[in-house]
Design a protein around this ligand. Structure first.
Ligand SMILES: Cc1ncc(COP(=O)(O)O)c(C=O)c1O
Ligand SMILES: N[C@@H](CCCC[NH3+])C(=O)O
Length: 418
């Protein structure tokens, strides 16, 4: 069974206490729907799992950057992991404490670095020597001090999809482990830089957490070496990556990471930072999309719906599986491809899938779509982006309006006015 915020009551699919058919009547489709209580519970679960020693949970905004989801987590005391000036802007609007914001990312621009310094972010996660030098220069010119940790690339295979693996030497991320000591020594000599930690993030959707534990231990070895050379460290940031169940995976419980690292963290007097995204937001959300037409071709049956790779790109990009359920349960099934309206053959949501039979005007829910769903949506083929709804018990809140055609061309018209 999927761990999801969406369940049938009788024959009707609900999010918490709200029947999804009611939301479709009021807000139309395509529509993203999220459960506030799923998000709260997932956050609390991590808090309990990592409760044995000081841990900052920095929610990874890239998985779902809606400011109201951010606010929900900021109100619970979470920090944030951001990867751009835009995400930093969102995190501050959502109410995250700047000191609890980690600014990560392999390509921070000077403008973004200045914005982060001015807003007082707690930690810059450094990914290259040149970036370190740039941050030092900019911090000095602003008369600020940048707290930094170096993201070390441990060259450990996290055994996930190759497109979301980040901890191998061949990936663009982090400073290679062989060079990390030298870059730390350099950091000690640079003005306006305060070393406070060491970090890693080896990949996303990790269902087996052994590689995380192995990589964290490698980074802890390095931390020990740094401490022995007189460099003071406060934090180890092990990144995000905790996997969720989409189909038939059995993701390991993040608690095993906490248990595995507890003793060494205590011995080294280090605080932990984790940056979970998908684990918190993924199962909280579904994409609701309505059937426009059905047709057969080449022996296949196609169900054509009003959302495609523009609204949810994961199947097109990673061949990702998302479970699909109709809003009203039906017994009769058939094998179909669920495809969107976009002019690309890779525009699909499910392929050769045994699904309950559906007909035009009926709506289906694409589950586990709360992470990297809306976040990666586009206006391709000039389809306005979907609206977003947050359900909390029986309360419903529109947290992002549906884009309009006017929204699609607004910046083009304004450009002409200049
Ligand atoms: C540096 C960093 N931290 C955290 C995350 C969040 O990852 P996930 O959503 O898999 O927890 C990512 C994305 O993979 C990342 O690049
Ligand atoms: N966007 C990816 C994950 C990449 C995580 C960001 N580093 C996904 O949908 O699974």
């Amino acid at each position: 069974m999927l761990d999801t915020a969406f369940h049938y009551r009788g024959d009707t699919l609900y999010c918490e206490d709200v029947p999804l058919v009611d939301l479709v009547k009021e807000y139309q489709t395509p529509l993203y729907v999220y459960s506030a209580n799923y998000i709260r519970n997932a956050y609390q679960k991590l808090k309990e799992s990592f409760g044995g020693f000081p841990t900052k949970i920095c929610y990874s905004l890239k998985s779902n950057p809606n400011i109201w989801i951010g606010k929900l987590l900021a109100d619970l005391g979470a920090g944030a992991d951001v990867t751009s000036g835009g995400e930093l802007f969102r995190a501050l609007k959502a109410g995250f404490n700047p000191e609890d914001i980690v600014f990560a990312g392999v390509g921070k621009s000077s403008r973004e670095i200045v914005e982060a310094l001015r807003s007082g972010v707690g930690l810059f996660s450094i990914e290259s020597e040149q970036e370190l030098r740039k941050i030092s220069e900019l911090a000095q010119s602003l008369n600020r001090v940048a707290n930094i940790s170096i993201r070390v690339n441990p060259n450990i295979d996290p055994h996930t999809h190759e497109k979301i693996t980040t901890g191998l030497r061949s990936n663009k991320f982090g400073v290679p482990i062989e060079e990390a000591l030298r870059v730390y020594q350099l950091a000690c000599t640079l003005p306006a830089i305060r070393i406070v930690g060491i970090g890693m993030h080896i990949g996303s959707q990790l269902v087996n957490l052994d590689p995380v534990i192995q990589a964290a231990n490698t980074i802890l070895d390095m931390a020990e070496e740094l401490i022995n050379t007189g460099i003071r460290l406060e934090y180890i940031d092990i990144g995000g990556g905790f996997g969720i169940k989409y189909k038939d995976e059995s993701p390991e419980d993040p608690e095993i990471v906490a248990k595995a690292l507890e003793r060494r963290l205590r011995d080294l007097k280090l605080k932990l930072i984790i940056e979970p995204g998908r684990f918190i937001s993924g199962p909280s959300g579904a994409l609701l999309t309505s059937v426009l037409y059905t047709k057969t071709s080449g022996g296949k049956k196609f169900v054509i719906v009003d959302a495609g790779m523009n609204a949810l790109i994961r199947p097109a990009l990673y061949d990702a599986y998302h479970h699909i359920q109709p809003l009203v349960r039906r017994d009769k099934t058939e094998i179909v491809d669920v495809v969107g309206p976009i002019c690309e053959s890779s525009d699909y949501l499910a392929k050769d899938r045994l699904l309950p039979q559906v007909f035009p005007t009926e709506t289906i829910a694409i589950l586990q779509a709360g992470a990297y769903g809306f976040a990666m949506a586009s206006e391709y083929n000039s389809h306005p982006r979907p609206a977003e709804i947050l359900v909390d018990g029986n309360k419903v809140r529109l947290i992002r309006k549906r884009q309009t055609y006017e929204d699609l061309i607004r910046l083009e018209l304004e450009a002409e006015d200049l």
